[in-house]
Write a protein that binds this ligand. Structure first.
Ligand code: OGA
Ligand code: NI
Length: 378
């Protein structure tokens, strides 16, 4: 049986019309397809729900650790820091609740994102760019100029720093997009700094309550470096897929920065690798899913894990997510903290210049953990 064909509404068979796929999956769906085109069909071993990772009982018992931000800022901080450390070591992921960002800031960002993808293609297409360094980039799949098999996702990437330089390039429609996205970007940046401060404390690198100014080790200034750090927002749109078992919204990958703060709507789709199986992250309304990126794994000298994750799609519902990726400034070196290297725990990663890293991901299919592997010592 042929796994897929393409049924389009017109008389022409567009199965081999590559340019059609470059316009994204939303556009494809609007042409009323009933089967997944071959371009999106993964080899059997890479499909979701193959016999290899069909673990019907797993999701029942899997719950991501939940960190209560209000509790973290209160008298129970030391206990919550232990939970945070445990989550970063054993899951690489946690959900953050009670984080102080107002519900309407989150719902407005979701809503305006949804409206962006509902704009006519001609409007969205204005932001298409092959330039990875562009301050705004609309596109499809993972890397549409390189991917052999496409994935079932359209995206809008927004560089957020320095804001005054990039803002004039951000989409001017839908109405209020810029102002809502700026508010959202600023508030998630502030939250990132607060969470990063807690993470440094959980690694026993700083005690913010005890700033003597005595030790001028680089690590003690890292929080200040983050204030001027890089931030990228990725708005993801996963339209309903007629044959969701044949493809993925995003293939297995890890995120590059220190932390990613992900806002997802109420539709399931994100799965993380846990004990060598794929586990679904249950949406919690208004919570952030936060994960350790490659740079934090390197900085923590391997203590905190940058975990593989992927997105599955479904035949019923469109799904939207907004990922906010944070790291040091582009000119910075990413290296293991000197305080986390000792006889018992030798240095595990080479130093990496951030821009060299960006060149690396632009040059290859950033699937799996290629990059992190390339930075490991022996
Ligand atoms: C990402 C990502 C997950 C999601 O954008 O890197 O992993 O649920 N997104 O959309
Ligand atoms: Ni990701």
């Amino acid at each position: 049986m042929s796994p897929a064909g393409l049924v389009m509404s017109s008389e022409t068979n567009r199965e081999d019309d590559e340019s059609q796929y470059q316009k994204g999956v939303k556009n494809l769906c609007e042409h009323g397809i009933t089967k997944v085109p071959n371009k999106y069909v993964l080899p059997v071993s890479e499909r979701p729900n193959t016999i290899f990772d069909h673990q019907p009982n797993l999701n029942v018992n899997f719950n991501l650790p939940i960190i209560d931000f209000a509790e973290l800022q209160g008298s129970n901080r030391s206990q919550v820091l232990k939970s945070l450390a445990h989550a970063c070591q054993h899951y690489g992921f946690f959900q953050l609740v009670n984080h102080n960002i107002a519900d309407d800031v989150l719902s407005s960002m979701m809503e305006v994102s949804r409206r962006f993808f509902e704009l006519p293609l001609e409007e969205r297409e204005k932001y298409m760019s092959a330039d990875m360094g562009s301050p705004v980039r609309y596109g499809t799949s993972f890397n549409q100029s390189k991917d052999g098999v496409f994935c079932w996702r359209d995206f809008l990437k927004l560089v957020c720093h320095p804001l005054s330089d990039v803002l004039p390039h951000w989409p001017s429609s839908p109405f209020h997009f810029r102002e809502l996205a700026v508010t959202y970007a600023n508030q998630t940046k502030f939250l990132f700094l607060m969470v990063m401060e807690a993470i440094l404390e959980s690694l026993e690198l700083t005690t913010t309550k005890n700033k003597t100014g005595h030790d001028d080790d680089k690590d003690d200034n890292i929080l200040e470096e983050f204030e001027d750090g890089s931030q990228l927002m990725v708005v993801n749109c996963y339209p309903p897929c007629p044959e969701p078992d044949l493809t993925l919204g995003i293939p297995p990958h890890s995120d590059y920065g220190f932390l990613t703060l992900l806002l997802q709507d109420e539709v399931e789709g994100l799965q993380i690798q846990f004990q060598e199986k794929w586990a679904t992250v249950e949406p919690i309304p208004n919570a952030f899913v936060i994960n350790v990126g490659d740079h934090l794994e390197i900085f923590s000298n391997g203590k905190y894990k940058s975990v593989l994750h992927r997105v599955v799609v479904n035949s019923m519902k469109s799904r939207i997510s907004v990922a906010s990726l944070h790291s040091l400034p582009f000119k910075s070196m990413i290296q293991p903290s000197s305080k986390l290297i000792n006889g018992a725990n030798p240095r595990r990663y080479k130093d990496t210049n951030f821009s060299a890293f960006l060149e690396y991901i632009a040059s290859c299919e950033p699937k799996k953990k290629n990059f992190l592997e390339s930075r490991k010592l022996n």
